[in-house]
Design a protein around this ligand. Structure first.
Ligand SMILES: *Cc1c(COP(=O)(O)O)cnc(C)c1O
Length: 339
C-alpha cells in the first residue's frame, strides 16, 4: 500500500476525492483548517460522499460559520493553567502533549488549532505540564488527549508514562485516540510496549461508523487488548454518517464484538463550519430510545453533551425515572409501570 497521508488540495484532486469546481474554496479553507487523510482511510473511501469520505474530506461548506458556532465551543482554553493542561474537574486533568492529529476529522472541535506547524509541546512545556500534575495531589487521573497522543514517538510516550508512574497520587492514566481505527499501522509493537504502566491504563478509541472496523484496525485493537489494556469507545453522532438506528446499532455491536465497551456517544460540539454534521438533540434522543432493549446492555453508551461555555459534560438521557412521579418508571416501550 502507498503509505502516504494526503494533505494538500492537489493531492486530494489527484485521488479524485474532490471536484475541480471546489478547488478555490478548498484552497481558501486549507489556510484555516488542515487536512490529513491516512493511506488506510484513502483506501476505505469508496466515494467522497460516503460515511468515511464525509468525515475526512474537506468541503466548501466548512467556510461558513454559523452564529452559534465557536472556536472554543467547550471553553477549554479558559481552563488551561499552563500549555498542555486542561483542568475542569477536580480529580482529573487533560494532558495534551501535541496539537497535531494524524487525521483531521472535519467535525473536530479543536479545528482552530490545526496545522502541523504548531505541533508538539516543547520538551520544556511537557516537563512543566508533568511538574504541574506532580504539584496537584487532588489529581488522580491523567487523560492524554489531543491532537492524537498515539502519534507521539514511543520514546516520548514512554517518558510520559514512566513519569506519571512515579507520581503517587496518580492512580489512572487514560488515552483518547482515533489512531487504531484511522491509521492503524502507526500502532507498532514498539509503541504498544511504550504504554506499559504500573498504573491502571485505559484507552478510549474513537470510531463513528461500522465501515471503520477493518482487518487492519482489528489487528491494532487486538494488540492493545493483548497487552492487557481495557478498551472503551467514543463516537460522535453525525448527520449522514451514523444518525440512523441501523447504523448506530451496527456500530455499537461492532465495538462489543471487538471487546470494546461503548462509553460515550457525543452530541457534536459547535465548532466553526461543522453544521453539515449537526443532528438535533431530539433526534439523538429518539435514536437512543429506539436502541433501548434492542441491543445488549453491554453496547449501551452514555449520550453526552459538552455544554457550551465550559460547564462540563452532561448525559442527555433518555430518562426512565422522573422524581416528580417517584412510584413509577417508564418501561423500554414507554409504558408507565408502577414500582
Ligand atoms: C471530557 C473531559 C474530561 C473527561 O471526562 P469524563 O466524563 O471523565 O470522561 C476531563 N476533562 C475535560 C476538560 C474534558 O473535556
Amino acid at each position: 500500500m502507498n503509505n502516504k497521508t494526503l494533505h494538500t488540495v492537489h493531492e486530494l484532486l489527484q485521488k479524485n476525492l474532490i471536484d475541480h469546481k471546489d478547488i478555490s474554496s478548498l484552497k481558501k479553507l486549507s489556510q484555516t483548517y488542515a487536512t490529513a487523510i491516512s493511506a488506510e482511510m484513502v483506501e476505505l473511501i469508496q466515494t467522497p460522499t460516503d460515511e468515511i469520505g464525509l468525515q475526512y474530506i474537506p468541503h466548501p461548506d466548512e467556510l461558513v460559520t454559523r452564529p452559534d458556532e465557536s472556536n472554543d465551543p467547550i471553553a477549554d482554553e479558559a481552563l488551561s493553567p499552563i500549555p498542555g493542561i486542561v483542568h475542569r474537574y477536580e480529580d482529573r486533568v487533560l494532558l495534551k502533549p501535541l496539537l497535531i492529529c494524524p487525521v483531521y476529522c472535519r467535525f473536530c472541535f479543536r479545528r482552530e488549532q490545526v496545522g502541523p506547524e504548531n505541533g508538539l509541546l516543547s520538551d520544556q512545556e511537557l516537563e512543566s505540564a508533568l511538574q504541574w500534575i506532580k504539584e496537584h495531589p487532588q489529581i488522580r487521573e491523567v487523560i492524554l488527549s489531543g491532537g492524537d497522543p498515539l502519534i507521539l514517538s514511543p520514546r516520548r510516550m514512554n517518558h510520559i508514562i514512566q513519569t506519571l508512574d512515579q507520581i503517587p497520587h496518580i492512580t489512572t492514566i487514560r488515552i483518547h485516540t482515533r489512531v487504531p481505527f484511522s491509521a492503524p499501522s502507526k500502532l507498532t509493537s514498539k509503541f504498544i510496549k511504550s504504554l506499559e504502566s504500573d498504573k491502571a491504563l485505559w484507552v478510549v478509541v474513537h470510531a463513528n461508523h461500522p465501515k471503520e472496523f477493518t482487518p487492519q484496525a482489528y489487528q491494532a485493537i487486538k494488540s492493545l487488548i493483548k497487552s492487557g489494556i481495557p478498551l472503551l469507545s467514543q463516537s460522535v453522532l453525525l448527520k449522514n454518517i451514523n444518525d440512523n438506528v441501523t447504523t448506530l446499532e451496527a456500530l455499537l455491536r461492532a465495538f462489543v464484538e471487538w471487546r470494546i465497551k461503548p462509553y460515550y456517544l457525543h452530541q457534536l460540539d459547535k465548532a466553526p463550519g461543522t453544521s453539515r454534521f449537526y443532528v438535533p438533540i431530539e433526534q439523538g434522543h429518539r435514536l437512543l430510545n429506539a436502541l433501548r432493549g434492542r441491543v445488549t446492555g453491554l453496547a449501551w453508551p452514555i449520550y453526552v453533551l459538552d455544554i457550551p461555555g465550559g460547564h462540563g459534560k452532561v448525559p442527555l438521557g433518555p430518562e426512565y425515572f422522573n422524581p416528580q412521579t417517584p412510584h413509577s418508571v417508564l418501561d423500554p416501550n414507554h409504558k408507565i409501570r408502577q414500582i
